[in-house]
Design a protein around this ligand. Structure first.
Ligand code: T46
Length: 128
């Protein structure tokens, strides 16, 4: 989704407000930074959590799969947010130097919402 921005000759402000504009109610904001180039993060799914990811500086590649098909997204524009609904395995790679990835989430941190084993994820997606 496009992030609303306010531009003038001094620069640009990106604005995210909880009312109306998001596909979920926001409960948490966090950000990844100081990620060593060449390292990967993610490699898990969330059972109920929805997220919006915005590369507010630098770039990162996000790979999403539901266990069948896979999509790859290059995030590198602070005016663009990637919505990840619940139930997608995500891998984050190719962090550029200085990348700052902002994450807006629908719930507070809960380890029990994570699926961190690929086999468990596939079984969860295909319960019978
Ligand atoms: C995701 C990608 C995009 C907390 O204690 N509180 C928090 O709010 C978060 C986000 C993490 N943690 C702890 C849990 C782990 O012990 O920090 C450690 C690393 O977290 P995680 O394995 O989730 O880190 P990433 O970078 O692999 O994933 C993060 C998000 O947590 C995840 O939801 O989708 O960024």
């Amino acid at each position: 989704m496009e992030v609303p921005v306010i531009r003038d000759r001094r620069g640009t402000i990106g604005v995210i407000e909880p009312s109306g504009m998001l596909p979920f109610d926001m409960k948490r904001v966090y950000y990844l930074f100081d990620v060593a180039t060449g390292s990967s993060r993610g490699a898990h799914a969330h059972k109920t959590l929805s997220q919006l990811l915005i590369a507010v500086a630098g770039s990162v590649v996000v790979t999403l799969t539901d266990g069948d098909s896979e999509s790859e997204f290059l995030l590198g524009d602070p005016c663009v947010a990637l919505h990840i609904p619940p139930g997608y395995w995500r891998s984050l790679s190719q962090f550029s130097e200085g990348c700052v990835l902002l994450v807006i989430a629908s719930a507070e941190y809960s380890e029990s919402d994570y699926i961190r084993q690929w086999e468990e994820f596939i079984a969860w997606r295909n319960p019978h």
